[in-house]
Design a protein around this ligand. Structure first.
Ligand code: OGA
Ligand code: NI
Length: 321
């Protein structure tokens, strides 16, 4: 059943060029969307469609390999590589998600100071040797989506009335995670607690999602129990506020529950990017314009917060009993 409520759609044209009126308009719309529902679409976001198309077709090709082959790049402790079906269980969910994913992060060599220092989640990506085009396609996507993320945060800063470049130095060595997600078709009569992704909020700062035209992503409307369809809109990205940005905003912004149920009858693919900041960057509501007396949260290091949330939801990170 499709709902009649729609998420806001925000035009980012002019933002990257620095056009003041465009930035102002987008900033007001994004601030409202972040405070009301925490979810919105962006169009004219600057990620070339050709880059998206290449990454999406690489996703189709990669996930079609047999599990034994994909297992050659099985996820490691740095959260890089392939996660098999059943490896992720959302907080409070009864069943693991019905999805596979392939995750990359900032490409850092083994002798990079952060890697040498043993910073969690850091290191080189795990690329399949049998499919060199994946590395090319996804690396390009990673870079382009990062530019869109930076544009968004510039606009978020303007919306909050803080310095336009406030977020820039928090992203010098981002914990950005980009993952291609594959949802096998689910039978319509599947059990009610079987989801592609069970209801959850995202952990980090801000998420940018490209979804194919299958549909199946739903967002929980605040104050009611209704699930709103985030119907695919060609050329758009779906953006949502994560828990860390909600915390940073002192709960002015909402980090909203969402889920995926793939009843399209065919495979669904998406590419989710958790556009997160430098490990040691401090997340303190006072820096986003909150009076210290009114701050609800003590400062926290971004990486510590994100790491804990990943540890809690990923089976492969749990200690064996
Ligand atoms: C996620 C998520 C939605 C999708 O990975 O956190 O909500 O459409 N993904 O893949
Ligand atoms: Ni999510």
């Amino acid at each position: 059943m499709s709902s009649t409520i729609h998420l806001p759609l925000i035009d980012m044209s002019g933002v990257r060029e620095g056009d003041k009126a465009s930035i102002r308009r987008a900033a007001d719309a994004i601030r409202t969307a972040c405070c009301d529902i925490g979810f919105f679409y962006i169009i004219n976001h600057g990620v070339p469609q050709a880059v998206i198309d290449r990454a999406m077709s690489a996703a189709g090709e990669f996930f079609a390999y047999p599990a034994e082959i994909k297992r050659q790049v099985a996820v490691n402790k740095r959260h890089r590589g392939w996660h098999a079906l059943g490896g992720a269980t959302m907080y409070e969910a009864t069943k693991p998600d019905h999805k596979e994913f392939f995750s990359i992060g900032l490409e850092l060599a083994e002798d990079d100071p952060s890697v040498l220092a043993g910073e969690a989640l850091r290191g080189p990506n795990q690329w399949p040797q049998y499919m060199p085009s994946l590395r090319e396609a996804l690396s390009d996507y990673y870079q382009e989506i990062a530019r869109a993320g930076a544009d968004l945060l510039r606009v978020v800063a303007v919306g909050l009335g803080i310095d336009e470049d406030f977020f820039t130095d928090k992203y010098t060595k981002p914990l950005q995670r980009t993952q291609m997600v594959y949802y096998p078709p689910q039978p319509p009569q599947a059990e009610a607690d079987q989801f592609g992704v069970a209801p959850h909020t995202d952990y980090g700062c801000i998420t940018l999602l490209y979804q194919d035209n299958s549909g199946g992503l739903q967002v929980r409307e605040l104050g009611s129990n209704r699930w709103i369809d985030a119907t695919p809109i060609p050329g758009s990205l779906v953006v949502n506020v994560g828990d860390l940005l909600a915390r940073w905003s002192n709960d002015r912004f909402r980090s909203t529950l969402h889920r995926v149920i793939n009843t399209s009858g065919h495979e669904r693919y998406s590419i989710a990017t958790f556009y997160d900041l430098t490990y040691g960057a401090t997340v303190d509501p006072c820096d986003l314009g909150i009076d210290p007396a009114l701050s609800l949260y003590p400062p926290v290091a971004a990486g510590d917060y994100i790491l804990k949330r990943i540890d809690d939801s990923m089976a492969y990170r749990k200690k064996q009993a």
